[in-house]
Design a protein around this ligand. Structure first.
Ligand code: SF4
Ligand code: SF4
Length: 429
């Protein structure tokens, strides 16, 4: 163990990390993980794979990325589910989601962005400025997308903090013009990735990449469906963790691990066994994505005696639903199919965006949820705005909604606990 630690420290130093600050981050992450995940009872045994991944999140996986780079592959980081992993894989790159879920380096971040910036943006600045993210340090390219105003302006400065940065434009309307823009942007991104990797985008590698990512999404969809069972076969926390790890694990190995969890859950469902008793109040979380280690709200919900049965979020169903049809004999045809899929993502940056509330209602029905907790980060205008229309839409159909605006800090935990406990009581009634 000490040898491994020594090796890891040498690796982190080689990546230019600030070892003292990185130690502090890992220690905080380890104890939070212990308290949040390892104190749960009756977890599926197959979760041990994901516990192992988390225990090696800055160790083995980083070593794998460095091995891939030594073999000539490029590591491409991104912050958004609009960046198509398929294109990166088709050009033999490795895709990593840059998590930005911790309150770390916010003071430093506030020298670059206003205090009134969402925690996710401050987090990616904080990680870069404090030199604590080995994923960011490993990337050969970071792709940033012009989704919300906060991100697109933040990237103007952030782009100077990474080795190479590429800005991708984004449509704001689900219109034919919007689709054409996304199509053109995927083309431009493909050219950038070709330039980075020195390869050409070809039909067969693109088809294979679509197959790999489809398999991952199909496994996550299977997991999502199993959560419709009562009693619930898995906690919301564990399901969220799996969705979070989807962004940086090796896709084929990850898919197999998710299928193993699903096999075990199917057995539980068939035997009528659950991680909590039948009749436990059931909740959908809808809103901003929750990146590692942002587990605050689902932990409070489940400690309050409810179970989270689905995430209407980019780290969850919004980010993973719909497969890409791998039909077509040319790169152009396959690119069209990619756009077909990605253009259906109903992020709150779109206006109008009725699809998102309809999807939330559909999830609430199919997962037999008793209520919806809308979760927005403070200063996230798109999701804070949509919270109101979501609430009106769902309450009109007699689906109870609790609107929460929060951040990554612990200061509001007591207040959130009180509000969530009251909401769970409402669901029981
Ligand atoms: S919420 Fe919107 S901007 Fe954020 S990851 Fe999802 S699609 Fe991208
Ligand atoms: S949480 Fe909201 S404001 Fe922050 S990056 Fe995402 S969409 Fe933008």
């Amino acid at each position: 163990m000490s040898t491994n630690l020594t090796d890891n420290r040498a690796m982190w130093a080689h990546l230019g990390l600030d070892l003292d600050k990185h130690d502090a981050l890992l220690q905080a992450l380890g104890s939070l993980y212990q308290q949040t995940f390892l104190t749960q009872t009756n977890r599926p045994q197959a979760m041990s794979y994901f516990d192992f991944v988390m225990s090696e999140v800055h160790g083995l996986r980083i070593r794998e990325l460095l091995d891939a780079k030594a073999a000539g592959r490029k590591v491409v980081g991104s912050f958004c589910v609009y960046v198509p992993e398929e294109l990166i894989l088709a050009l033999d790159g490795v895709s990593v989601g840059l998590c930005a879920g911790a309150e770390f380096g916010f003071e430093a971040a506030e020298s670059y962005v206003p205090r009134t910036t969402c925690a996710l943006i401050k987090s990616f600045f904080g990680f870069a400025l404090e030199k604590v993210c080995p994923y960011l340090a490993t990337t050969d390219l970071v792709v940033g997308e012009a989704t919300c105003d906060g991100k697109k302006k933040a990237y103007e400065t952030f782009s100077g903090m990474v080795k190479r940065f590429y800005a991708m434009d984004m449509p704001q309307h689900h219109s034919p013009e919007g689709r054409a823009l996304l199509r053109a942007e995927f083309e431009k991104l493909a050219r950038e990735l070709e330039d980075l990797t020195g390869r050409r985008l070809e039909v067969e590698p693109l088809r294979a990449a679509i197959g790999t990512v489809n398999a991952k999404r199909a496994a996550l969809a299977r997991l999502a469906q199993l959560r419709a069972a009562d009693p619930p076969p898995i906690s919301g926390l564990d399901a969220l963790l799996i969705n979070q790890i989807a962004f940086y694990d090796d896709p084929a190995r990850f898919t197999k691990a998710v299928q193993d969890v699903c096999d075990e859950l199917e057995g539980r469902v068939a035997r009528g066994e659950g991680v909590m008793p039948a009749g436990t109040p059931r909740v959908i979380l809808s809103g901003c994505p929750m990146a590692v280690p942002n587990w605050k709200v689902p932990a409070i919900v489940e400690q309050a005696g409810a179970v989270v049965v689905g995430e209407e979020s980019c780290v969850g169903e919004r980010g993973q639903r719909n497969l890409v049809e791998a039909t077509g004999n040319t790169v152009e045809e396959l690119m069209e199919r990619l756009v077909d899929r990605y253009f259906q993502i109903d992020c709150a940056i779109y206006t109008p965006n009725p699809e998102r509330r309809e999807h939330t209602r559909a999830m609430q029905r199919s997962l037999h949820a008793d209520g919806v907790i809308h979760y927005a980060l403070q200063f996230c205008t798109p999701y804070q705005m949509e919270a109101f229309t979501m609430e009106r839409h769902l309450e009109a159909e007699e689906v109870p909604v609790l609107r929460i605006d929060t951040d990554y800090g612990a200061e509001d935990v007591g207040q959130l606990r009180t509000r969530i406990e009251a909401f769970v009581e409402r669901l029981r009634g």
